[in-house]
Design a binder for this molecule. Structure first.
Ligand code: TYD
Ligand code: MG
Length: 426
C-alpha cells in the first residue's frame, strides 16, 4: 500500500503536492486542504479473452414515444448513466417528468429525486402533465445513494448542483461537490445496474462547475437548447455510447408540457416577406431540416478596402465565399461592402448554409428577388462546386408534399447554375 499526500482546493478542485496559502489556480486564499490518497498495488492482474466473457443482452427501458426512443437509440439502456444539461428554465425538469411518465406508462419503475424543487412545487408541474411519478425530495448525497439502491429501474436526479455531501467543506454546486457527488452516484448506479439520469445546469456564458466536468464520467450527454426565434426546444446529443448522436428532437413548450414538433421547418418560412438580398437556407439536424433566413446587404464601397461584417456566420468563411463568387462568377465583389446577417439570432457553424449565403449575396448585388419557396442547402468548395449531401429518404418525401423547391448539389452542381436560376427570376 502506497500513501501520498495531496492538497486539494475546496473552491476549484486544483490538486497539488505542495501546500500554499493561495490557490495557484483560482487565487482563493486558504482553500487548499490536505488529503491522503492510498494507492493499492494489485499483485495479480486478471486478463481474459473477450469470447470467455458472458455477454447478456442489453435491456432497454422504452418510452413508447417513437421520436424519443429513436433519439435514445431504442430506449434508455439498463445501467446507463445519462447527463442532461441546459440553461435554467429551459425545461429540463419538465422533459424529465414527461420522460418518467412515459416510462411508467410503459411499465418501468422510475424514481424522481428532486434536490432542487420541493415535492409540492414539482406536483404542480406534474399535474399539468397529468402524471403519477414517485418522488423523493432530498439533497443529501447519502440519502440519494440509498434511493438508487431501492427497487427502481431508472432514477432521475434533478439537479447535481443542489446535492451536498457533508464531509466536503464547500457549498453545494462547487466543482468539488459536483464532481464528488456525481462520481459516487455513478459508482452506485453502475454497481447496482441502475439507469441514472443526472440533470446539470449551464450558464449563458458556457459552464460553471457544469457538464463539461462530468461529460467523460457518463455514457451519454444531452443538451436541451432553445432557438431564439420560435422558442422551440432542441434536444441534441453530444455523446452517446449506445447509439448515434445524429437524431435531434424538437419540442414546443405548451401549457401541458413539451410537445414534439414534427414539421418544424415549415413554420420558419411561412411568415417571411420576399425581398432583394435574402435567401432561405437550411441546416440538417439529424433527420430534421431547419430553415434559416440569410440576409445580405452589398453596397458600393467608397474606399479601396471594402468592409465585411457578419452576424451569426463565420467571417473567414464569408470572405472565402466572396472570393469564390469573384473568381467563378466574375462578379466584382472587391467593389462592395458586404453585410451578412443570419436572422433569428442563430449562430451557424454548419457549412450547409454556404449556398444560401452565396444566393443572398448575388440577390443583393444583382437586385433580384429570390422566391420564398426556393431553399438552398449545400457546402461550396474553393472550385465553386456544391458538395454532395445525403438527405434522409423520409425527408425528401415530406418536402415533395409541400411547395418547397430544394436546391442541392443534385440540381445545382456548381454556383454557375445558381446564377442562372436566380437570373431567371425564380
Ligand atoms: P422547468 O422544467 O422547471 O425548467 P428547468 O428544469 O430547465 O429549469 O420549466 C421551465 C419553464 O417551463 C417554466 O417557466 C414553466 C414552463 N412550463 C410550461 O410552460 N408548461 C408546462 O407544462 C410546464 C410543466 C412548465
Ligand atoms: Mg429544473
Amino acid at each position: 500500500m502506497k500513501e501520498k499526500l495531496y492538497y486539494i482546493c475546496s473552491n476549484c478542485g486544483f490538486k497539488t503536492t505542495k501546500w500554499a496559502g493561495k490557490c495557484p489556480n483560482c487565487g482563493q486564499w486558504n482553500t487548499l486542504k490536505q488529503e491522503l490518497t492510498t494507492k493499492e498495488k494489485s499483485s495479480k492482474l486478471n486478463i481474459v479473452t473477450l469470447d470467455k466473457l458472458d455477454s447478456t443482452e442489453t435491456l432497454f427501458f422504452k418510452t413508447n414515444q417513437k421520436y424519443i426512443d429513436d433519439f435514445l437509440g431504442n430506449g434508455l439502456v439498463c445501467g446507463g448513466v445519462y447527463l442532461i444539461a441546459g440553461s435554467p428554465g429551459i425545461g429540463k425538469s419538465t422533459l424529465l417528468l414527461q420522460l418518467s411518465k412515459y416510462l411508467i406508462e410503459n411499465n418501468n419503475k422510475v424514481l424522481y429525486v428532486s434536490a432542487e424543487e420541493s415535492a409540492s412545487q414539482l406536483s404542480l408541474k406534474a399535474k399539468r402533465l397529468n402524471s403519477k411519478i414517485p418522488v423523493c425530495e432530498s439533497n443529501d448525497l447519502d440519502e440519494i445513494i440509498l434511493a438508487i439502491k431501492q427497487d427502481f429501474d431508472v432514477i432521475v436526479v434533478d439537479s447535481i448542483h443542489t446535492i451536498h455531501f457533508s464531509d466536503i467543506d464547500s457549498f453545494a454546486g462547487s466543482i468539488n461537490q459536483v464532481k464528488y457527488c456525481a462520481l459516487r452516484l455513478i459508482e452506485t448506479a453502475k454497481e447496482h445496474n441502475k439507469t441514472l439520469i443526472i440533470v446539470s445546469h449551464i450558464t449563458k456564458e458556457g459552464v460553471v462547475a457544469g457538464p463539461k466536468a462530468l461529460e467523460h464520467l457518463v455514457d451519454a450527454v444531452f443538451y436541451l437548447e432553445s432557438d431564439d426565434k420560435y422558442g422551440y426546444r432542441l434536444l441534441r446529443a453530444t455523446k452517446n455510447r449506445f447509439s448515434s448522436t445524429e437524431p435531434v428532437v424538437i419540442f414546443q413548450m405548451t401549457q401541458s408540457g413539451l410537445k414534439i414538433v414534427e414539421d418544424a421547418f415549415l413554420t420558419y418560412i411561412e411568415d417571411t416577406k420576399e425581398a432583394e438580398g435574402r435567401a432561405i437556407g437550411a441546416i440538417l439536424e439529424g433527420s430534421y431540416l431547419m430553415f434559416i433566413e440569410i440576409q445580405s446587404l452589398c453596397v458600393k464601397s467608397p474606399f479601396g478596402m471594402p468592409r465585411r461584417t457578419s452576424v451569426g456566420f463565420d467571417l473567414n468563411r464569408l470572405n472565402m465565399l466572396l472570393a469564390v463568387i469573384e473568381k467563378h462568377l466574375g462578379l466584382p465583389m472587391f467593389e462592395f461592402d458586404v453585410y451578412l446577417n443570419v436572422i433569428g439570432g442563430f449562430k451557424i457553424n454548419n457549412t450547409f448554409v454556404d449556398l444560401a449565403v452565396v444566393a443572398s449575396i448575388i440577390s443583393s448585388v444583382k437586385s433580384i428577388v429570390i422566391k420564398n419557396e426556393n431553399v438552398f442547402l449545400g457546402e461550396i468548395d474553393l472550385l465553386g462546386n456544391v458538395r454532395k449531401i445525403k438527405l434522409p429518404h423520409t425527408l425528401k418525401q415530406k418536402i415533395k408534399d409541400t411547395n418547397i423547391k430544394l436546391f442541392t448539389y443534385e440540381n445545382m452542381p456548381n454556383i454557375n447554375s445558381l446564377l442562372k436560376i436566380i437570373g431567371q427570376g425564380h
